[in-house]
Write a protein that binds this ligand. Structure first.
Ligand code: BGC
Length: 767
């Protein structure tokens, strides 16, 4: 019987290969049967090979067959490859696996498709500032269309690490500080990538990362220690990961940091008790880059020990470390792990390949014509332009300098106004850095006929020494091209240009590699050379607009004091220049709102809106110091810009906050509504935010927590009633036994334009 099955399976596999080459798909056995039969034919080495995920290394087009990695693929020592780009190359490599390895198991091809593939959308922190879930989902869909058309099956996204740590460079890759918003975005991204149907040609397997708590490193230093209570994990940091799991994410990535004293990669409580047993995750878990060997440095023993620890904890695939490949055999012989531990991991990986339809057609993502049609299409770029404009946050516009008139002379300054390589921002692995539209190009093509546009560099990003450190990104080597003139020469030229102009636009801020992985900063102000240029421009007395690039909340106190106009554009992506022009000239009214608090100085960090009250709260918002209360001698408690903050060219007024009932039991729902009036002079979008405070609890509860939001469009003069429904689910939290409960008692509900909302109504939860 067994032998017969083997023959059937062999026949099926070879049939599938023959058909697949003709680009046809064949029917194969049901999943469990297919996998267990395949597993029974695998040698131990072949099993360990499936757990191995190297980078593509030395593969270049036309040489896949002779590359070093090809040798391993032929021997069945590779389960997948990552960061290999282009459909023709991927097809070549897949052919090696299908035609030259004994079992012909297809490879899975992964890439960091983080905020778009070749069509690049704003960095995730920017995307989150749109608070627009259908739009965010669509960005992931487009990324999936492009990536799958280019041979990719699997993306290392979404990154859902909640963070209140702007010193940490990777805040740029996440959705900010909030649990509720972060969870909504996690779900939207997974749905966008996987499209509820992994078999479809254009569905991309998603990977929620970095599990867990990577966004809370001590002192904001990347990869540093994390230590927090379980109550905080469950209530604040875990929900976005869980939301991705609930949305059916197919894979998860372990984080580099430790959790409760054990590196996440070897943490059984995290990977098995929480992820699999409590949350019912049934996909596979991959380590982060060299996560297993890094456990040696963490102090968890030698490579053999770390590898068996990781496998036992629930890790299935080893990214780059090759700890599984090189040591698990020995651990098996010594009885430290069992064959069933290995089989479990292999089964999960084969299951993902099965779900993707790769056994039926290993070349399902290898259609060369499709790549040409789908990637960087006009349609995708038009959408990217729209998304970029929706992500921008107007931080200040005191003198209504914005929107600009489409006439007169304007001048552009700074290291970013004509800089293609910096428009996409960090983690734009597949981007073509010659393609993004700069601000100079964008303005010329939109208003160039009616507006006279001048420009001068004015300054470099940083001083020479500091720039050297950030000029080393392998993915974007051209991002910091210095102008070798002295600071004085650059400023003198800028001032000459300023003299001839009506409005001065300073395009300043971080370069793409000043945030992202391993780009922690202990000072998060604008670099001195840039501040100096700004001061010189301000001295001219002409209107100055700061167009700010950043991947993190910055300390902007000085600029906020000196300038009347600040537009934060994050890193807007492929269509940067067009989107910036749309907002500057009022073709799009800005509506983005911050998803992370902007501190007044680094000493306030961590600073976030949903903090606890403490036993000695400061009861004045003006920041008046009071002895023996929880405050600072030298800075107010309040941030510069709160969570949820962002201006518009128009004005929104809130009134008539109402509830359908002031009491609710555990099975009822209550409607809360508010009237929003567009009382300004422009049509515009507003993000209406609802926050809840649980006044008394069995554990201390935050001052308020976001529990709902609606993005609405109002014509000028228009008024709309916005209604939210509250149920007991919105009042639940994890208590000290880590049970998810709602407790009877008083709640306060706030609705407003940002997290400072004071307009409130009371609600009582009764039995
Ligand atoms: C990062 C991950 C990324 C991986 C693969 C690591 O350094 O932490 O976010 O997915 O590399 O490129």
């Amino acid at each position: 019987m067994r032998l017969k099955n083997h023959i059937v399976i062999l026949a099926l596999l070879s049939v599938s290969v023959i058909f697949a080459q003709k680009k046809k798909t064949v029917a194969i056995a049901p999943k469990n049967q297919f996998i267990s039969e395949l597993l029974s034919r695998m040698t131990l080495d072949e099993k360990l090979g499936q757990l191995n995920l190297p980078t593509s290394g030395d593969i270049t087009t036309g040489q896949a067959g002779s590359s070093d990695i090809a040798k391993k693929i032929k021997e069945g020592k590779v389960g997948g490859l990552f960061n290999i780009k282009s459909v023709s190359r991927i097809k070549e490599v897949q052919k090696v696996a299908i035609e030259q390895s004994r079992l012909k198991i297809p490879l899975i091809f992964a890439m960091d498709v983080i905020h778009g593939y070749e069509t690049i959308f704003p960095i995730p922190l920017g995307l989150s500032s749109s608070w627009d879930m259908p739009m965010i989902q669509q960005t992931a869909r487009i990324a999936a269309n492009e990536a799958t058309a280019d041979g990719i099956n699997w993306t290392f996204s979404p990154m859902v690490d909640l963070s209140r740590e702007p010193r940490w460079g990777r805040v740029s890759e996440g959705s900010g500080e909030d649990t509720y918003l972060g969870s909504q975005i996690a779900k939207a991204m997974v749905n966008g990538y996987q499209n509820n149907d992994l078999k479809a040609k254009n569905s991309l397997l998603a990977c929620v990362k970095h599990f867990a708590l990577y966004g809370a490193p001590e002192a904001g230093r990347d990869y540093n220690t994390v230590d927090m209570s379980r109550v905080r994990m469950y209530n604040e940091y875990f929900p976005p990961y869980k939301a991705a799991v609930d949305a059916g994410v197919g894979t998860a990535m372990a984080s580099f940091n430790e959790v409760d004293g054990i590196p996440a990669t070897g943490n059984k409580w995290l990977m098995t008790d929480v992820l699999r047993n409590q949350w019912k995750f049934n996909g596979f878990v991959v380590t982060d880059y060299t996560g297993i060997p890094e456990m040696i440095e963490h102090g968890m023993g030698d490579l053999q020990n770390c590898s068996s620890l990781a496998l036992k904890a629930g890790i299935d695939m080893d990214m780059v470390g090759e700890g599984f490949l090189s040591t698990l055999k020995k651990s098996l012989e010594e009885g430290k792990i069992s064959m069933s531990d290995i089989d479990t991991a292999v089964t999960r990986i084969l299951a993902a390949k099965y779900d993707l339809g790769l056994f039926e057609n290993p070349y399902k993502n290898c259609d060369i014509d499709l790549a040409k049609k789908e990637i960087f299409s006009k349609e995708n770029r038009d959408f990217a332009r729209k998304v970029a404009a929706e992500s921008m946050v107007l931080l200040k516009n005191d003198k209504n300098i914005l929107p600009l008139k489409k006439s007169g002379t304007i001048a552009l300054f700074g290291p970013l106004f004509d800089n293609k390589a910096n428009m996409p921002g960090t983690w734009s692995v597949a981007a073509n850095f010659d393609k993004p539209i700069t601000i100079l190009e964008g303005l010329k093509s939109t208003v160039g006929k009616s507006v006279n546009i001048l420009s001068a560099r004015g300054c470099n990003f940083l001083s020479t020494a500091a720039e050297e450190k950030i000029n080393i990104n392998p993915h974007n080597p051209k991002s910091y091209v210095r102008d070798n003139r002295t600071d004085e020469e650059l400023i003198a030229e800028a001032l000459e240009v300023a003299k001839k102009s009506d409005v001065l636009i300073a395009v300043l801020g971080e370069g793409a590699e000043m945030n992202g992985e391993c780009s922690s900063r202990s000072s998060i102000e604008l670099p001195l050379v840039q501040k100096r240029l700004l001061d010189e421009l301000l001295k001219t007395g002409k209107p100055v607009v700061l167009v700010l690039f950043t991947g993190r909340p910055l300390v902007l106190v000085e600029e906020d004091k000196k300038l009347s106009t600040i537009l934060n554009v994050w890193f807007p992506g492929s269509e940067a220049g067009l989107a910036i022009s749309d907002v500057l000239f009022g073709d799009v009214n800005p509506s983005g709102k911050l998803t992370a608090t902007w501190p007044r100085n680094v000493g306030q960090i961590p600073i976030y809106y949903n903090h606890k009250n403490t036993g000695r709260p400061l009861n004045n918002k003006e920041g008046k110091f009071q002895k023996f209360l929880s405050n600072y001698l030298d800075v107010p408690n309040e941030p510069l810009y709160p969570f949820g903050y962002g201006l518009s060219y128009t004005n929104f007024e809130y009134s008539n906050l109402k509830t359908s009932s002031s009491k609710m039991n555990f099975s009822e729902k209550v409607s809360i509504s508010v009237d929003v009036l567009n009382s300004g002079n422009y049509d515009g979008k507003e993000i209406v935010q609802l926050y809840i405070r649980d006044v008394v609890g069995s554990i201390t509860r935050p001052m308020k927590e976001l529990k709902g939001f609606k993005k609405i469009f109002l014509k000028k003069g228009e008024k709309q009633t916005v209604t939210f429904e509250i149920s007991v689910e919105d009042l639940k939290f994890y208590n000290s036994d880590l049970q998810f409960v709602a407790e009877e008692g008083q709640f306060e509900i706030f609705i407003g334009k940002d997290s400072d909302a004071t307009n409130k109504i009371n609600l009582e939860l009764v039995k």
